[in-house]
Design a protein around this ligand. Structure first.
Ligand SMILES: Nc1nc2c(ncn2[C@@H]2O[C@H](COP(=O)(O)OP(=O)(O)OP(=O)(O)O)[C@@H](O)[C@H]2O)c(=O)[nH]1
Ligand SMILES: [Mg+2]
Ligand SMILES: [Zn+2]
Length: 295
């Protein structure tokens, strides 16, 4: 029998597929492996069931994706929550801007969550949040410890397929647990190697939540910008768009050109200096990638 299902977790060669509420353990059919087809958590797949065990299946194809991300590795999202701590670890504009660029390129709506509000002054939180609110990104300041901001965030996730992504240790799993205690069934295996029993998320798993799904994902260190050309970057900074008509050259890299609307807006303080600094750093990284690939 052929049925459709949703990949809710993948783990060492096995895919766990939700078929109308029943969890089926699957492998992928040989011809798919030959094509080196990557399957993501969040993929909709066709599978053959009922050969041997009722709980086993074989994935035969992947249905077209609406969207897909590598970091975190997940497909078909309605919403990506980009989580970062205000402190511990310190907030990084560059990491936030890189993740925003990747989400813009993938065409996935973003909601920003700034965590550990209990560890910082409200003014500091506001300073960071305002940079992103001014760009039009919905930004929530929360604390899993005190519960601040959790109820409102929970409301905003209802009925959607949402993944929480961001650097390691920023509090993604803690935020999810605050939103829905017990939501993480299998994540949070205690690692004795990493600092005294900290819970570190090992894989992406979708869990049903309020008419949609929530995904916790493993944190990462740095964010590598891959599969992107330097010339594409400005298009992933939405606030640049309205100043580009002023640029003398088209296309304009907004770096060395003499008359540039974007550079003017930065000089006037209309475009945040942290955003422009990220643009320069990412542009440089993409240029280096391009030169390396040419060799
Ligand atoms: N004070 C404070 N500590 C927090 C908060 N949220 C998380 N923490 C702490 O931060 C550490 C990391 O939290 P996790 O929820 O495991 O972080 P994570 O983003 O899921 O980490 P990875 O799974 O490794 O990517 C833990 O020691 C938490 O107790 C918060 O709101 N306030
Ligand atoms: Mg985690
Ligand atoms: Zn320009």
């Amino acid at each position: 029998m052929v049925t459709e299902g949703l990949v809710v977790r993948s783990y060492s060669g096995y895919y766990y597929v939700d078929c109308n509420g029943m969890l089926i353990t699957c492998k992928v059919k040989g011809h798919m492996k030959q094509k080196r087809f990557l399957l993501y958590t969040g993929d909709r797949v066709l599978l053959e069931t009922g050969q041997q065990n009722a709980g086993d299946g074989m994935i035969t194809s992947v249905l077209p994706r609406r969207n897909c991300l590598l970091r975190p590795a997940v497909a078909n999202l309605d919403l990506l929550v980009i989580a970062q701590a205000l402190v511990q670890p310190d907030f990084s504009h560059l990491i936030m801007d890189k993740l925003l660029v990747l989400a813009e390129k993938a065409g996935i709506p973003v909601l920003i969550v700034l965590t550990k509000a209990d560890l910082t002054e409200p003014e500091q939180a506001e300073r960071i949040a305002s940079v992103y609110r001014n760009l039009g990104y919905e930004t929530h300041v929360i604390s899993a410890k005190t519960g601040r901001g959790v109820a409102l965030l929970k409301e905003r996730l209802a009925g959607k397929v949402t993944a929480f992504g961001g650097p390691s240790g920023v509090g993604k799993s803690s935020a999810l647990n605050a939103i829905q205690p017990g939501v993480l069934r299998t994540t949070g295996a205690i690692s004795s190697k990493i600092s005294r029993g900290r819970h570190t998320t090992r894989y992406t798993e979708l869990v049903p939540f309020n008419g949609g799904y929530l995904a916790d994902t493993p944190g990462f260190g740095n964010v590598l910008m891959e599969n992107m050309m330097p010339e594409e970057l400005a298009g992933c900074f939405p606030e640049f768009r309205q100043y580009e008509p002023v640029c003398k050259f088209s296309p304009c890299s907004h770096i060395h050109e003499p008359v540039c609307g974007v550079k003017e807006a930065v000089a006037k303080g209309i475009i945040a200096s942290s955003r422009y600094a990220s643009y320069l750093a990412i542009y440089e990284e993409l240029k280096e990638n391009k030169e390396r690939n040419r060799k």
